[in-house]
Ligand binder design. Sequence first.
Ligand SMILES: NC(=O)c1ccc[n+]([C@@H]2O[C@H](COP(=O)([O-])OP(=O)(O)OC[C@H]3O[C@@H](n4cnc5c(N)ncnc54)[C@H](O)[C@@H]3O)[C@@H](O)[C@H]2O)c1
Length: 256
Amino acid sequence: MNGLTEKVAFVTGGGSGIGRQVSLRLAREGARIGVVDLREESARSVVEEIRAAGGEATAIVADVTSAEQVEAGVAKLVADFGALHFLVNCAGVALGEGGVVECSEAAWDTTMAVNVKSIFLTGKYAIPQIIAAGGGSVVNIASVFGMVANPDECGYAASKGAVINLTRQMAVQHASDRVRVNAVLPSDCDTPLIAGLLGVEGAELEAAKAELAAPIPFGRLARPEEIAAGIAFLLSDDAGFITGVSLPIDGGFLTK
Ligand SMILES: NC(=O)c1ccc[n+]([C@@H]2O[C@H](COP(=O)([O-])OP(=O)(O)OC[C@H]3O[C@@H](n4cnc5c(N)ncnc54)[C@H](O)[C@@H]3O)[C@@H](O)[C@H]2O)c1
C-alpha cells in the first residue's frame, strides 16, 4: 500500500485482537508503531514480535480514558520517532451489560469512557501532532452494532453510534488540515474480546462462535487480519480522497 513506509502510528489497544493485527500489518508495511495498551505485557509482546520481524515499535502503557496518560503517550511516541502521522483507535470493551433496565451505571460509564471518551482524548493530543507533521490519517473502530441494534448491549450500541458520528465531525473539521478521519464497522470478529464475552471454552466456545456467525452471509466470524487490512487501506494514500466514511467489514452482515 502507498504512503505507509516510515510513517509513525499510535495504535490503541495494540496489545490484543484487532489492534495487535493492525500493529503487525502496519509494521510489515514499513511504518513505525507505538503499541498502546493498558496491559504492559501485551504491549511489550507485540513490540517484540514486530522487532523480531525487523520492524520498529515501542510499547506505550496507558489507560486511554486518562487525559494525562494519553498526552504522555503521544509525547513519548513523538520523542521516540520524531513525528506522528497515524492514529488508530482500537481500544474498546464489550461488557455484555444488557439493556437499559439491566445495565449497571458502572458498566455504562466504563463502556462510554473506553469506547468513546478515548477517541476524544487521543484526537485531542494526537491530531495537533499529525497536523504538525504535514497531515495524516485517523481510523476509529466502531461496529456494525453502531448502525443496527443488538438487544443485549445498550452501552455498546450507544458508544459505537457515537463513534460513527464523532468520526464524521472530526473528518469535516480536519479536512482542511490534510487529516483524513474514517471508521470501520466490523461484524463479530474472532478475538479475545468475543471469547471473553461468550465466557465459555473449547468445544462450547466453537459452538457459541458458530451461533454468532449464523447471521453473517459469509457464515463465519471476521478474522482480525481482515479488519486490519481495511484499516491499513484507509490510512494509506490509496484512500487519499476518502474521509468521514464508516466502512463495514462484515461479510455482508449489514447488507442483508
Ligand atoms: N471482536 C469483535 O467482534 C468486534 C466487533 C466489532 C467491533 N469491535 C471493536 O474493535 C475494537 C477492538 O476489539 P478486539 O476484539 O480487538 O478486543 P480485544 O479485547 O482483543 O483488544 C482490546 C485491547 O484494548 C485494550 N484496552 C481496553 N481498555 C483499555 C484502556 N482503558 N486503555 C488502554 N487499552 C485498553 C485491552 O487491554 C486489549 O488489549 C473494540 O473497539 C471493539 O469494540 C470488535
